[in-house]
Design a protein around this ligand. Structure first.
Ligand SMILES: Nc1nc2c(ncn2[C@@H]2O[C@H](COP(=O)(O)OP(=O)(O)OP(=O)(O)O)[C@@H](O)[C@H]2O)c(=O)[nH]1
Ligand SMILES: [Mg+2]
Length: 527
């Protein structure tokens, strides 16, 4: 066992202890947490018992803490003074080292020696029974608000606890700390961590992390500063491909400090970037989840394509993200303004920036996207300069880059898998391998969103089923004639829509076969 020191807290520890407490409870039971604020208030409360409270230190760092305070059990006119503790916190990257157990053992012995009757807590139902706690219905103690749940537990310290019966009340400071505004203001003094509202929140023994890499069947979970190897829980193999974790997904998992952790569930996504696979089989490729900005990276050489940018924009919008076109290598182009204007004309939903990562041109414009807690995904052809851009932003050679071929300006597929990087400023950047083609399937809404002005014009046609051919009162034809809408852009909208319908029909057909096969296989396996 590592050399863990249990000791009393000093003033110099306050910030570090609270920071550790914040990390320990962050996003566990809802967005963010208030336990760090509670600790700061508790220390000033007359009910706080510093003589029983302790911190744990490992290699000079605070890695655990337990805070005791007076509580009471009220039975009519009779008030029994007892103890409670909370929070009991352990630094999340030091779980499974026995720190919590050590803190509990030492402080419970102190409390017993000091003559306290017993301890009542609200805590993890699977953890405290290992340390002598039983549910409070065993003692005739009730919680005035929550009744007798499995997480409401007590532990006698001497025989006087037998006489303690009635309703349990913790010190008033606990309720004062529910004030969200005060908690938020106090939280600003700590490093930024993103508060998350997730479908699979209210965690017990399981942990919350984010998928940072997927390679075949092996996954990597980003858990605080650590990258943990992980595999899927068996039942995932019965699920649709769309439900499997992808880079950017928040997942709950069982932490294994010695080998692969096990991914238990994928939390609800805010969006998913997807496209049909390149072999045109109609099978979808689910790429990245929970992206705020999709950087559509295109270099200002032969790579530039109006058509392709519209495709990426449709995928980005369909996937719940904001499309941002990054025209790279502007140092090699003498006509940057023309390309910027043309890219801007694709859709009012896209933002466009021309940059040179190598010569630090236009990089300032990108700063607004790099807010803490933001997720940015870079997509584009091989050699467009995605990885170079990431290196320039982070100021480190994190990603491998390589020269494009001189003969055709094409890249060499240097980045081979999707990978999430966390910057020191709390921004998640996802690098992806270059794509040869960007097909359209299952993205009609994204296409309509990209070309929302055309969709709007179509609504203005005299006939609701107007095919924009020979019908009178056609708003599309009028807009093309007046120059308001370019024919090229309208054709692009129509073509992308037709391609999407074709591919989507194929996808539906395939998923029908897949389901039928699963059913058939299931039956055969049973027989
Ligand atoms: N002149 C110039 N070259 C650049 C710029 N950005 C990237 N490059 C060069 O373009 C080449 C390809 O860059 P990468 O960053 O590897 O491209 P990528 O998009 O990550 O490519 P894949 O990983 O293959 O998808 C490298 O030789 C870079 O040095 C730029 O702003 N100006
Ligand atoms: Mg790359």
């Amino acid at each position: 066992m590592k050399n863990i020191i249990i000791r009393t807290e000093t003033k110099d520890d306050y910030f570090n202890t609270e920071h550790m407490v914040l990390r320990s409870f962050w996003n566990l039971h809802g967005p963010g947490c208030n336990e760090h604020y509670l600790v700061s208030r508790l220390r000033q409360s007359e009910d706080y018992l510093p003589e029983l409270s302790r911190v744990a230190e490992l290699d000079g760092r605070i890695v655990g803490a337990i805070f005791y305070s007076r509580a009471k059990v009220v039975d009519g006119e009779t008030e029994h003074e007892i103890l409670t503790f909370g929070p009991l916190a352990v630094e999340p990257t030091c779980f499974s080292m026995g720190i919590g157990a050590k803190l509990l053992a030492e402080t419970m012995a102190l409390a017993k020696d000091a003559g306290y009757k017993g301890i009542v807590i609200l805590g993890e139902k699977d953890y405290y029974p290992k340390h002598g706690f039983k549910t409070c219905d065993n003692f005739g103690i009730q919680h005035p608000e929550y009744g007798n749940t499995d997480s409401f537990m007590g532990c006698p310290l001497n025989e006087d606890f037998d006489k303690v019966k009635g309703y349990f009340y913790e010190a008033p400071v606990f309720e004062e700390c529910e004030d969200e505004e005060k908690v938020q203001a106090y939280t600003e003094k700590f490093p930024y961590y993103k508060p998350l509202t997730l479908s699979c929140q209210w965690l017990h023994e399981e942990r919350l992390g984010r998928i940072s890499q997927v390679q075949k069947n092996s996954y990597t979970i980003r858990f605080w500063e650590q990258e943990l190897p992980a595999k899927l829980k068996g039942s995932f193999y019965q699920e649709e491909a769309e439900s499997l974790p992808v880079v950017g997904d928040y997942v709950t998992f069982q932490h294994n400090t010695r080998g692969e952790s096990v991914i238990l569930s994928v939390c609800e996504r805010t969006g998913l970037l997807q496209r049909p696979d390149q072999a045109k089989t109609g099978v979808m490729q689910y790429m990245v989840a929970n992206v705020d900005y999709t950087f559509i990276v295109t270099s200002l050489n032969d790579d530039y394509s109006y058509n392709r940018i519209a495709r990426y924009a449709s995928i980005a919008l369909q996937g719940g993200s904001v499309p941002v076109v990054i025209l790279t290598k502007c140092d090699l182009c003498s006509n940057v303004g023309r390309y910027v204007r043309e890219a801007e004309s694709i859709s009012e939903k896209v933002r466009v920036h021309a940059i040179s990562a190598i010569y630090d041109i236009g990089m300032d414009e990108l700063k607004d996207y790099f807010e803490p807690g933001t997720t940015i995904c870079l997509m584009g052809s091989s050699g467009a300069g995605k990885s170079t851009l990431i290196n320039a932003i982070t100021g480190e050679e994190i990603m491998e880059t390589s020269e494009i071929r001189e003969s055709d300006s094409k890249g060499r597929h240097t980045t081979t898998h999707r990978q999430m990087i966390m910057t020191a400023g709390g921004v998640c950047i996802i690098d992806t391998p270059g794509m040869r083609e960007v097909g359209m399937a299952n993205v009609q809404e994204g296409i309509d969103d990209t070309f929302s002005d055309i969709v709007e014009l179509e609504r203005c046609c005299k006939f609701s089923d107007c095919r924009h051919e020979t019908e009178p009162g056609c708003a599309i034809k009028a807009a093309i004639a007046s120059g308001e809408l370019s024919r090229e852009r309208y054709e692009l909208y129509k073509n992308l829509g037709a391609e999407n319908t074709r591919n989507y029909a194929m996808k539906k057909e395939i998923s029908k076969w897949a389901k039928a096969y699963k059913k058939f296989k299931g039956k055969n396996d049973l027989e």
